[in-house]
Design a protein around this ligand. Structure first.
Ligand code: BES
Ligand code: ZN
Length: 591
């Protein structure tokens, strides 16, 4: 088979790791995970076995009987990391790597107490997608290399450890002042779904299948915001079939979490910026839930097939939204997505290869290639397939897609073959090859019109002709309506227009992160100075890259705010997640 993933040294001809047993101590003083990983192979192997690592310190490698095995480091690749080359003697069934992580591990953020809600205890969390699992565990870090695992985590009292796995027993640790938490993940997962968090955590049951974990300070708000999760689960099961991960719990993270959400199985991670107080941003929870099927059951084979994960999941997210809140809400959500896609294509350039659905990201860091294209162009193709096949036929197709491929990782070509077999003629009809293999957006993209959408877009387009929203009406707009409206305004507004908008609607004091963000982008783009303090404050409060990157880019692209961008970054760099920091350094051209 040889190497099959442009982002991994894994080669199944050498052996295939199918179970990992972890025993790790969480050392906050040293910002290190320390311990061992027992890697069990699907079948006995011998000779060279190459594992992915990044910044791991290996103390030794042994076989199951404890005999030392020869190992060495391969050449470091700036994107892939450093292969750990182990020489297996004949008929090796398992090997143990004793190691510790680096304080700079790209997958881990070690937070000082000041960066948590409570301010009293340190916090640790992981983020392994796309290729950071190798900074926590020596492993075959490709989505095709699924494994089950069990884990023992020793953490200092009084902290609690959680994982994207089934919790087991909790007891005293070997050292005084520590506790040992055990976990088991009986379903096989791709390495990017490995996840852990340690902090001052509490939880509350929301319904028989779901519980929210967070710091005590955020528990009440989190329980309120996501109280309707059960309705989402029921809606998702109607689309996809039964939920196979037992529980759907989630963890509301510290602000520096770099994404909106991460679909870690059994324990979705969510940004605290979703806590708007009115349940207006719960679509992110629906999205991560939908990944329980598209992504976690049927997984992209490599990052080149990432659209299979995200495009289907955005489609399902919007089907859930449609069912729970109606077609108008779905229409607005699709329009927000369409705006995001337009911006992403503009940024890459319409003829950039990164605007294809199936990409060729060999030699490209997945964190750099990340954009809304796989999400929103993917969504449009899936929705087009649905419209063309008819909803009933397409829903049956989706259910059989999950059945056919669950617990496997598939390529775009495998999807195309399945589509041709199950819905003959549909791919040709929608020109699927053009969607998948050509750049830009085909001219048969579906639209999701609604009267509300037309009204809001028309109102925004009329800004330059003096049209203004009626303050009494706009006071009742939903978060989606505000986003549509603000995204439809000219990017650069005269100062007096900024004054009017802000004074009339109090946008700078907005508590909804999406509305606030869209306003701050306009304010920054319009060089509206009175709002700069709020922009820099916001950039110090949130770690979500969706907000950080466009705001920093807007500031940096303008001569007058370039220094402000650098200064704000310097003041906050320590707080940003390693992945966010790296992304911002690219934007700010910091070598
Ligand atoms: N799996 C992604 C997050 C991700 C992708 C992390 C690639 C690292 C590499 C997650 O499901 C996601 O898409 N989150 C979105 C949610 C949104 C589309 C509703 C986000 O974070 O904004
Ligand atoms: Zn997603």
């Amino acid at each position: 088979m040889a190497r099959f993933d442009p982002h991994s040294f894994a080669d199944f001809d050498q052996g295939r790791v199918t179970h990992i047993g972890l025993d790790l101590t969480v050392d906050f003083a040293a910002s290190q995970l320390r311990g061992s990983a027992i890697l069990t192979l699907a079948a006995t192997a011998d000779g060279l076995l190459e594992l992915d690592t990044r910044d791991l310190h290996v103390e030794g490698v042994t076989d199951a009987a404890g005999n030392e095995l020869p190992w060495s480091w391969g050449e470091t690749d700036p994107i892939l990391g450093t292969p750990l080359r182990v020489e297996l003697p004949a008929a090796t069934g398992a090997l143990t790597v004793t190691y510790h992580t680096s304080p700079d591990a790209s997958a881990l953020q070690w937070l000082a107490p000041e960066l948590t809600a409570g301010g009293q205890h340190p916090y640790l969390f992981s983020q392994c997608q796309a290729i950071h699992a190798r900074a926590v565990i020596p492993c075959q870090d490709s989505p095709r290399a699924r494994f089950t695992y069990d884990a023992r985590l020793t953490v200092p009292e009084p902290l609690t450890a959680v994982m994207a796995a089934a919790p087991g027993e909790v007891g005293p640790g070997r050292e005084p002042g520590t506790r040992l938490f055990t976990f088991r993940m009986p379903q096989s997962v791709p390495p990017y779904l490995f996840a852990l968090a340690v902090g001052n955590l509490v939880s509350r049951d929301l319904d028989p299948r779901s519980r929210v974990y967070t710091e005590p300070e955020l528990l009440e708000a989190s329980a309120y915001e996501f109280a309707e999760v059960d309705g989402m689960l029921t809606a998702a099961e109607q689309i996809f079939g039964p939920y196979l991960w037992d529980r759907f719990d989630f963890l509301v993270m510290p602000p520096s979490f770099p994404y909106g959400g991460m679909e870690n199985p059994r324990l979705t991670f969510l940004t605290p910026t979703l806590l708007a107080g009115d349940r207006s941003l719960v679509n992110v929870l629906a999205h991560e839930l939908a990944h329980s099927w598209t992504g976690n059951l049927v997984t992209n084979a490599t990052m080149d097939d990432f659209w299979l994960n995200e495009g289907f999941t955005v489609w399902a997210e919007r089907r859930i939204l449609e069912q729970l809140s109606g077609t108008e809400a779905m229409s607005l959500a699709a329009a927000i997505g369409r705006n995001g896609l337009r911006d992403a294509i503009t940024q890459f350039g319409a003829d950039s290869p990164l605007t294809k659905l199936e990409t060729d990201t060999k030699g490209i860091d997945p964190d750099e290639a990340y954009s809304l294209v796989p999400y929103e162009k993917g969504f449009l193709l899936v929705a087009l397939l649905e419209q063309t096949a008819g909803r009933q036929r397409f829903d049956a197709f989706v259910k059989s897609y999950i059945q056919e491929f669950q617990f496997t990782s598939i390529t775009t070509a495998e999807f195309e073959q399945f589509l041709a077999r199950e819905l003959p003629g549909v791919a040709e009809k929608v020109r699927a090859p053009e969607w998948i293999h050509q750049v830009g957006l085909p001219d048969n993209a579906p639209e999701f019109p609604s009267t509300r959408l037309t009204y809001l877009q028309g109102l925004a387009a009329g800004w330059s002709n003096g049209q203004r929203p009626d303050p009494r009406q706009a006071g009742d707009w939903s978060a989606e309506e505000w986003q549509i409206y603000l995204q439809g305004l000219p990017r650069r507004l005269p100062q007096e227009d900024c004054v009017w908008l802000d004074e009339t609607f109090g946008l700078t004091q907005q508590g909804n992160a999406e509305i606030l963000f869209n306003w701050l982008v306009i304010a920054a783009g319009s060089q509206y100075e009175p709002v700069y303090p709020r922009i820099t404050e916001f950039l110090g409060q949130v770690g979500r890259m969706k907000y950080l990157k466009p705001l920093y880019k807007t500031l940096y692209d303008r001569e007058s705010t370039r220094a402000l961008a650098r200064k704000t970054f310097d003041a906050n760099a320590d707080r940003y997640h390693p992945i966010a920091r790296a992304g911002l350094e690219r934007i700010l051209e910091i070598a």
